[in-house]
Design a protein around this ligand. Sequence first.
Ligand code: 5AD
Ligand code: SF4
Length: 456
Amino acid sequence: MTDPKRLHVITWGCQMNVYDSARMADVLAPLGYAPTATADDADMVILNTCHIRDRAAEKVFSELGKLRRIKDARAEAGHRTVLAVAGCVAQAEGEALLERAPYVDIVLGPQTYHRLPEMVARAARAAGAVIETDFATVEKFDALPEQAATQGLTAFLTVQEGCDKFCSFCVVPYTRGAEMSRPAMAVLAEARRMVAGGTREITLLGQNVNAWSAPGTDGSTWGLADLVRALAAIPNLLRIRYTTSHPRDMNDALIAAHRDIPALMPFLHLPIQSGSDRMLTAMNRRHTADEYRHLVGRLRQARPDLALSSDFIVGHPGETDADHAATMALVRDIGFAQAYSFKYSPRPGTPAAGAPAQVPEAVKDARLQELQAALRDSQAAFNATSAGQIVSVLVTGPGRRPGQMGGRTPALQPVHFPGSASLIGTEVPVKIVATTPTSLSGILDPGFLVEELARA
Ligand code: 5AD
Ligand code: SF4
């Protein structure tokens, strides 16, 4: 038996980081580390960082400053605190991070989490810090232990990592490395374990998840559509989603999967970034705005109720008022159910960061406000179409008010309705009686209630 120790993980950034944080906790569990909610009493603190936007490095150093004070205070009381920095800032900064924060014990990139126990042991022995920022994704996938048995009712499963697209503005190809897919067999085994532990909805994760391609269970090479089909055969797995996708990798088979596989939810996060062809070229997105419109048309033909989500960047170098107007027109044309929008932020080492025509901050601010207002309207209009409809809700827990339950529709809209906790973990039909710009409320479908009573 190892001594019990406490682990505190701070997670910033994307869903993949959330997943990775859970896996780091899984890897450390056999060493006796159990989670604790605060850094103050932790024997080990992991700061899992994000480098995608904003002042990533400054944010990390400011948090590290706080953690250093805790580490010093604990040291005075005779306790050691191992301080680890993980994630994309660790990958991007490497040694430089230790120069500015020499009190950090471990710096580890996203592809090295499976070696964490060994690093902890080395950190305990060594006087200096341990740095691991290699790029061996396959090894990581193979070497990570099984996920802890019980995930939530809705859970993430990483099936793909890395990106080969090299968009002009993005650090991911540098911090997460080349595209790499996890074999179907491993994904299916993990999914089955999750469902056995109570998970009812799985979101397949990947930086370019629709580029997933790996050996299938029959020895042939599968694409994401094949993987989704195999997952849909798992009993009690009610809902399947995937994120994030690139328009270029949205192939016929995947479009057909949206038509043919009921468990594949009618929701798709498909970033476009800009509605201007000039900007799309500058961004190295390798598709035009009309190609995106056409793709959305085909998807909606296959699945008319498909809800679309996207990412936008305003103020990429060279963006003019006319380019921005093209983005606004695209938002009106498509009608997004929801979307994320960001001001362009230069990432060191990416092509766009060195481009001469940087857009002034005030212009970015104004464009972002205009875009976000349009996206809010679009989301409100989408939610308003649910009024009076009967929607299927996967009940995940208590709702907003006492006596209410809450969950999500297939299109990911939050729903609240009067109901009992016995419904948690099931899909129920809810008649929507009121909508807000961001959520729905309703009552259990009276027909369903009659059936329930008859069953009781
Ligand atoms: N500046 C602003 N937004 C960015 N994103 C990625 N890199 C940058 C950047 N340098 C956004 C993109 C991407 C999302 C995850 O983050 O919209 O799709
Ligand atoms: Fe970044 Fe582009 Fe790859 Fe998405 S597709 S992760 S934006 S480089």
